[in-house]
Design a binder for this molecule. Sequence first.
Ligand SMILES: Cc1ncc(COP(=O)(O)O)c(C=O)c1O
Length: 329
Amino acid sequence: MPRYPNHLTNEGPTNPFPGIKVLERKLGHVIPHRLGSNEGLDMPHRALREHFGDALAEHVYCYGDAEALGVRQRLSKQQGIALETLLVDAGADSLSALALRTTCEPGETVVSTAGTYPTFGYFAKGQGCLVVEPRYHEAPGVLAPDLEALAAAAHEENARLVYLANPDNPSGHLHSDSAILKLRDALPDTCWLLLDEAYGDFRDDAGSEFAAKALPGVIRLRTFSKAHGLAGLRIGYAIADPDVLAMMMKVRIHYAVSTFTQAAAEVVLDHPEEVHQHVADVKARREQLAGHFRALGADVLPSAELAEQIHRELLEAGRLIARPAKPVD
Ligand SMILES: Cc1ncc(COP(=O)(O)O)c(C=O)c1O
């Protein structure tokens, strides 16, 4: 069983402000008079109402539901994910920082692939962890996080956590469900697997039974930033065993997801056809783009220098594209 930092394994810390929504659910009735939260309930919000409309203003007065029950209930119903295995936070990035805070102490080692989505490593270093980065597995037509190398590094370094983006950014590589289970088996028992599934909604088998499961020793992350188009509102969710989520809730910034963001996510979830269409459109564009590049004869990755030059030229022309922080040579 992967372990937690010592300071979290005793009673507490206890959140002093679980919030009125959570309290109401505990008590089983509505609390009509919100006197204890020191919110600006009598603010007229004339400018805000004029700018964004009354509907937005109605969502801004009160501290939100720290348990994001409405969002979790919808996710649970639509995807068959058990409610108690869902935790909502301010995006996958925020959740990876939260997972680090829940599982690692400064000075401990974590493992990630050199050149993969770099935010995890940035957060890990910010928390005083040592980041060990095996290289991508490369073969003709293949660029993929090297699962064997990740597991080997976890053993060699006595790592506390291994990060894997699946599908990966930037390589786009997708490891199969069985490969993920094999990786989990190959890791030391004391090591967590942080599985970043930010692009999971774009998988052809999205919504599968496996996708809905909390896996032992694994913290899975998903986001509303991509398929749901809500990157600016900051919302995502983790899937993990309830005892793991309880630990995460101990150190979570409880109002990190605003009332408005939760309301917006609920509206989007209530219109799944729009999300499905968006995903289909993105996939169609991906095929078009791939065909275009194939027609140009492009079947090799540009060198790091060329990539940097292209990136700079595009930026000067006002177009921002993602570029790996490390060369994948
Ligand atoms: C692999 C991966 N994880 C996480 C994120 C960030 O997701 P969020 O906006 O939910 O923080 C991104 C965004 O590009 C990503 O590519």
